[in-house]
Design a protein around this ligand. Structure first.
Ligand code: ADP
Ligand code: GLC
Length: 495
């Protein structure tokens, strides 16, 4: 089974969130599951410097046909776009780098639209994927093109549109990592996409008078997946459907949820380079040292018994952290400490900074992005807070489980699928792994926090909970097996 995995971020080279982690881990897991996998990624600076030095000398660059597809004239693109062939450092996976410096070799966040040309840039990603799916590389034609989020949404559509006589085109899978980000562009983009006019309609990619890349993916993909079974159900309803629930209901027999995994080579306290004192489920008492180090590093009072709550997150509406901010004073009054690492919406950033100023030594806030600190927080905190309004899967709660930082989560999306609430029944049955609250409100969060404090005051019960949490496994191997079965359902004949 030949699989082209199309993504726009790739851990460890380029990551803005969970999508980067997934793209770094799933393709190697698919290879381990027997697929012949290649990756397609745009040549952002971090990708150029990380991947291009390993260019495959025997595999020349491939020029992309531009007769159809997005119109690059007037966009500063003087050279025809090419796909460089290289291998990924680490996994060694064969990779096509969409190398168009005028469009992608720009510093900063890969999605930041500094030149007002994101529509064309990401259409080109879709076009490149579709061309490969149609057999552009004579040496290697994929059976399946696996796309991720709106940035790749035009790939399934181009693939459908350009179907030509000759070898059958690749089948397409479109994975929704977050339905809330849709890649919406003004109507004026449409003529630049090289698509027939009839596609600018409600049955095509028109969305309230604009162009939607997410909708393109959802309309045209042969299969749609998302990153947890619960979110796969939620997006079929108005509340979480982001205006696309009707379309998704119409295609619901093509929609499924496959839970993300964890790359335990990167996220395991037993061999985490950031930790001075590694630990595992059998030596969880060593976690106290990670806590002391975290308190020292972030200038929190050195209180071994304080319950430390951690947040590692984008500070956006989705993550529900306004509830945590509203509870910050109470949390300190109850004897807790709070550590926040994140960037995002300015008002929330400022509110957390003010909370830290009110409670020096008890609340530490780092407005920024810091991979090493994220690991130190997982190891050093007792509870990781993920009170998201909605959460397609969520990886931080899975990392928390592994590090014995018990997740406290809102019962939604992938959070509902991965955390077992510490109810008396679940505790007795030895299956509890964290704290789950139902209603998205400050009182509901308060209730869960109180339960956490009560249990923390019972060291034996807490230790048992931690051990159960640390023993959970969310292996990419499991997810890969499900993706391969999905690919097979479309291409039973593929080798
Ligand atoms: P999302 O993709 O919606 O942001 P996930 O929980 O799936 O949420 O993944 C978030 C990823 O980004 C995790 O690897 C988390 O550790 C990381 N992360 C988020 N914010 C930061 C930050 N400020 N510094 C370092 N890592 C962060
Ligand atoms: C998105 C979602 C998150 C998910 C991640 C990886 O960013 O918000 O829930 O874990 O993608 O699939």
């Amino acid at each position: 089974m030949r699989v082209l995995y199309v993504c726009t971020e790739l851990f460890p080279l380029l990551k803005t969130g969970g999508l980067g982690d997934v793209s770094g881990a799933l393709p190697p897991a698919l290879r381990d599951a027997g697929c012949d996998v290649r990756v397609l990624v745009p040549g952002f600076p971090a990708i150029r410097s990380g991947v291009l030095p390993s260019k495959l000398q025997q595999a020349p660059a491939i020029s992309l046909p531009t007769r159809y597809g997005p119109d690059l004239a007037g966009r500063g693109v003087t050279q025809p776009p090419v796909l460089q062939q290289a291998s990924l450092p680490g996994s060694g996976l064969a990779t096509y780098v969409l190398d168009v410096p005028a469009l992608f070799n720009r510093p900063g966040n890969p999605y930041y639209d500094s030149h007002g040309d994101n529509g064309v840039r990401f259409a080109l990603v879709g076009w490149a994927a579709a061309c490969l799916g149609q057999g552009l590389d004579a040496q290697w034609q994929p059976d399946v093109v696996h796309c991720n989020d709106w940035h790749t949404g035009l790939a399934p559509l181009y693939l459908r549109q350009m179907a030509m006589p000759g070898p059958p085109r690749a089948a397409s899978v479109f994975t929704i990592h977050n339905l809330a980000y849709q890649g919406i562009f003004p109507r004026s983009l449409f003529p630049e996409l090289g698509l027939p006019d009839y596609l600018f309609t409600i049955g095509g990619i028109e969305f309230w008078g604009q162009v939607s890349f997410m909708k393109a993916g959802l309309q045209a993909a042969d299969r749609i997946t998302t990153v947890s079974p619960t979110y796969a159900r939620e997006i079929l309803e108005v509340e979480q459907g982001c205006g696309l629930d009707g379309l998704l209901r119409g295609r619901s027999s093509m929609v499924s949820g496959i839970l993300n995994g964890v790359d335990y080579r990167v996220w395991s306290p037993s061999h985490d380079e950031v930790l001075a004192h590694p630990y595992d489920a059998e030596s969880v008492e060593l976690k106290a040292q990670a806590k002391a180090e975290l308190q020292r590093k972030l200038k929190l009072q050195a209180r071994p018994n304080a319950m430390v709550f951690g947040v590692v997150s984008r500070l956006t509406e989705q993550k529900g952290l306004n509830l945590v901010e509203a509870m910050a004073d109470e949390l300190v009054q109850m004897g807790g400490q709070l550590v926040v690492l994140g960037t995002g919406d300015a008002p929330l950033e400022h509110a957390f900074v003010r909370a830290a100023a009110r409670h020096p030594g008890q609340i530490a806030v780092d407005i920024g992005y810091d991979e090493a600190l994220a690991h130190a927080i997982m190891a050093g905190c007792d509870v990781i807070l993920v009170p998201s309004r909605f959460e397609p899967c969520g990886l931080t709660q899975l990392y928390g489980l592994r590090y014995g930082a018990l997740p406290l989560v809102h019962r939604v999306g992938g959070l509902a699928d991965t955390v077992v609430d510490a109810t008396p029944d679940n505790l007795n049955a030895g299956r509890a792994t964290g704290f789950v609250f139902d209603e998205f409100s400050a009182p509901a969060l308060r209730g869960a926090l109180k339960r956490a404090f009560e249990l923390h005051a019972q060291p034996a019960a807490w230790a048992k909970l931690q051990k159960t949490a640390m023993q959970q496994r969310f292996d990419w191997r499991e997810a890969a097996i499900q993706y391969v079965a999905l690919y097979r359902s479309m291409k039973p004949e593929a080798a």
